[in-house]
Design a protein around this ligand. Structure first.
Ligand code: SF4
Length: 469
């Protein structure tokens, strides 16, 4: 029987079918961090249980770490407590901790791939919604809640509902100034933030096949924002080339053997899908969210929707979003004044993202009224960027160059919006209060668009701005 990658990976990891119809799945790699793990460890200890497979568990610190001054103890007592708890728990259980002194610390979804921990055909779980990122490698990667983190620590297994598979084929050519971020925002806009509920998204088509691993990670990262439980790309030579030589990937002959197996895990050519959607890449333009979920977006040269533009059932959501953001229906998004520019996150905090943003700001300066920061996704990204001189490009342009972490993606540290500030952000969520201020406003866009907005002081079309650079 021809199978999709999801079915193959699922069947390889199925321990048993549970009476309620769920599958008990073995988890190949469990990634943990300082925010969702302390409570899970407490629950584990309360029952007298131990970590079942510490060697399949890797910890890092990302969500609460300060990005300006990372000296210990942190000034933020709660952050210091959380990090100390992770250190104690990891040490006691014999779990590898990639902390601030390791040289390998960073956002959990950046370091997994970077170190070669993330590999095709795996099941991966992590207590963060954007674990779907790892699907870029042909892994099936689940974001899980705190009680599931406990379950995986205790048993290395998860009870999962079956999933349907939707194949999303992106064909054609992306125009200059249009990036992977625009592709996934387009998909979410078209199918809706709940369009993927009950599905795994399989991204394919010649555009995805030509994408780098960084670009594939951006797309898979936001699968969850479209409602999908997981997102993945079938592994290919781009995947294997990325993994070759990475610290934690198989080495030598073992790597060649692994490639053979990884290749066999891809969806069969005649696999049957529950749904298929085709996207014309050539029609996508630089995209900006205007509302309070990632599906509320327009092309930068479009206007905000008016009540007449949306279905009757969507008018209340439109009113709520326009009311919260303080925008007028039908107004252009271009020219919207911004206060903050944030470059970073597990969606767009990788080296290629910083390169693209640096290309836009080189020789220019951030607008006088804009606070701009660059937060590399990992210590590895930061170091590689510094080797290329990108830190100087950003600093000379007026950006703050920070240490690695989640930072303003969810503002659990000091990096936050104040009051009604508007932020041009390369992150993944524009929910109310997401960036630290209950009334703060987030506009999601590609890193190049964030860079252009930082310089212009307002939302601007990077295609006009970068004068062909
Ligand atoms: S960058 Fe944002 S989405 Fe990604 S792991 Fe951190 S908090 Fe979660």
């Amino acid at each position: 029987m021809p199978q999709t990658l999801l079915q193959k990976v699922w069947n390889h990891h199925a321990v048993r079918r549970l009476p309620n119809g769920q599958t008990q799945l073995f988890v190949g790699l469990h990634l943990i961090h300082e925010v969702t793990s302390p409570q899970a460890f407490d629950m584990l200890h309360a029952r007298g249980w131990r970590v079942r497979y510490p060697e399949r568990t890797v910890a890092t610190v990302d969500h609460i770490v300060p990005t300006r001054d990372q000296r210990r103890p942190f000034l933020d007592v709660m952050a210091e407590d959380m990090l100390s708890a992770l250190e104690r728990n990891a040490h006691a259980a014999g779990i590898e901790l990639l902390d601030l002194t390791s040289g390998a610390q960073g956002i959990v979804h950046v370091i997994g791939p970077e170190l070669g921990l993330t590999q095709p055909g795996m099941t991966i779980a992590c207590g963060d919604s954007h674990t779907s990122t790892h699907g870029a490698f042909g892994a099936i990667a689940f974001g899980i809640g705190t009680s599931q983190v406990r379950d995986v620590l205790a048993s290395q297994c998860l009870a999962m509902d079956p999933l349907k598979v939707r194949r999303l084929e992106v064909h054609g050519r992306l125009a200059p100034g249009v990036y992977a971020k625009d592709v996934i925002l387009e998909i979410i806009r078209r199918l809706g933030v709940n369009g993927g509920v009950g599905y795994a998204y399989e991204y394919a088509g010649d555009v995805v096949e030509r994408m780098s691993m960084d670009e594939r990670m951006t797309i898979c990262n936001m699968s969850i924002e479209g409602g999908a439980r997981v997102g993945y790309v079938n592994p290919d030579d781009t995947t294997f080339d990325y993994l070759r030589g990475r610290r934690r990937a198989p080495q030598g002959d073992a790597f060649d053997r692994a490639v053979e197996w990884w290749r066999s895990m891809g969806s069969d050519a005649d696999a049957v899908y529950d749904d298929r959607v085709t996207v014309d890449a050539g029609s996508i333009r630089p995209t900006v969210t205007w509302g309070i979920n990632p599906g509320q977006s327009v092309y930068v040269d479009e206007r905000l929707p008016k009540p007449a533009d949306v279905a009757p059932g969507e008018r209340a959501a439109l009113d709520e979003a326009l009311g919260f953001m303080g925008w007028t229906a039908g107004a252009p998004i271009k020219g919207t004044r911004i206060d903050v520019a944030f470059l970073g996150s597990c969606t767009n905090g990788r080296l290629s993202d910083l390169r693209e943003a640096a290309r836009v700001v080189r020789g220019r300066h951030v607008a006088a009224h804009v606070r701009a920061l660059v937060v590399p996704g990992s210590q590895g990204v930061r170091l590689a960027a510094e080797r290329e001189g990108l830190d100087r490009v950003f600093s000379e342009a007026g950006f703050e160059w920070r240490g690695a972490g989640c930072s303003m993606c969810l503002a659990m540290n000091q990096d936050r919006l104040e009051g009604r500030e508007v932020c041009a952000s390369s992150s993944n969520r524009n929910f109310k209060g997401r960036q630290g201020s209950p009334s703060g406003r987030t506009l999601l866009m590609s890193p190049a668009m964030v860079a252009a907005a930082a310089v212009a002081g307002e939302v601007i079309d990077v295609r006009e701005f970068s004068d062909g650079r």
